[in-house]
Design a binder for this molecule. Sequence first.
Ligand SMILES: [Mg+2]
Length: 378
Amino acid sequence: MTMASTTEKIIAMDVWQVSMPVTSQRDHGIGSVANAIDAVIVRLTSESGVHGFGEASPWVVFTGTAENSFSALHRYLRPVVIGSAIGDIAGTMEIARKSIVNATEALAALETALLDLAGKCFNLPVWALLGGKCRDAIPLSVSLANPDFDQDIELLQTLRDDKVNIVKLKTGTCGHEFDLMRLEILRADFPEFDVRVDYNQGMEPTDALRQLKDIEAFAVTFIEQPVARQHFGVMANLRANLDTPLMADESVFSANDMLRAVKEHICDCVSVKIMKSGGLTHSKTISEIAAAAGMASYGGDMFETGIAHLAGTHMIAASPNISLGCEFYQASYYLEQDLLAEPFPIKDGKVQVPETAGLGIEVDMEKISHFAVSHGKE
Ligand SMILES: [Mg+2]
C-alpha cells in the first residue's frame, strides 16, 4: 500500500448526534437512565478520502449534555481541525484544548478521530500511536444497576455463561438495606464473582462511614466514589477509616484533580475515563500520576457505544498502570444496537485489544443515519 504523508490535510468533518435505545432502566447515585442514551459521533476525512471516527458520550448529571458536545465539535472545534495535518495530533489537540473549556467529551471524540485517522493512514493500531501496548486483553466488569434486581440476576446468569467474572454493584440508590440484600445474594449465589461497589456520590457524608463498615463485611474489591465529588475531606476521612480500597471517580476529571487527590489522600485507586479527562493521552497521564503515588487505575466509562469503547480499549492497552480491568459493557449488554459493523470484541470475559489499523473496527454508517437526530457538516 502507499503510505500517506504526515502533512496530508484534514478536509472535512461531519458530526452526528445520535439517540441509542437501551434495554432497561439503570439507577445510579447521581441519576437514572431509561429508554435511550445520547452520543455524538464525529467523522474526519483526509485529502485522500480516509475517515477517522470518534465519539463523545456525555451524561447530563456527570459531564455535560449531548447538545454541548455537538456544538463544541460542529461550531467551535471545526475551524481548528479543518486544514490541520494528519500527523500533527498533539499540536491540533493543544489548540483545541485552548479553544473551548469544559467540553471534555467533545475533546475526547476529536482526539479519538485524529488517532483513528492517523492509524488508518499509517497502517498502525491506535495503541501503537500511544507508545505501543502492554496487554492483549482487558478483564471486563459489568455494572448491576437495574432497580428490578431479578433482572440483574438473569444478567448475572448470562455473564456466568459468558465467562465474565467481575461485576460492579451500583449502590446508594434505593437504600442501604437494598444494597446489603443484593450483596448477600451475590455472595451466596455467585461466589466466583469479583464484586466492586459504586455509589456514584449517592451517600450522605454523615451516614457514609457507618454504612460502608457494613459493606466491608462482604469483602468487596473496592468502594467507588461514595460521596459528592467536591467532598475531598470526607473522602480522605473514609479512606483513613476503611480497610477496603477507596476509588475516586467523579472527584477526578483532570490531571490537576489527580494531583490534588494524591496530596489530600482521598483515594487508593482511580477510575480513568477519556470522557472526563478530554482524551486518551490525558487519561494516560492521570494513570501515570496515580501510579507515581502508589495507586492503581481502573478503566471506567460513560454510557457509550462501541466507538468510545474502542478508544478506551486502545488507551488501556497502552497504559500499564490501568490494572483493575474495564467496564466497556454497554455495547454488548445494554444497548439495543451498537454503531460498529462487527460486535465489540469480548472473549472469555475479556475485552480483546484490536490488532488492525486505527480503532480496528469499522463504523456502520447506516446505523448512524438510522439513530441520528441531527447532522452537522460544512
Ligand atoms: Mg463510577
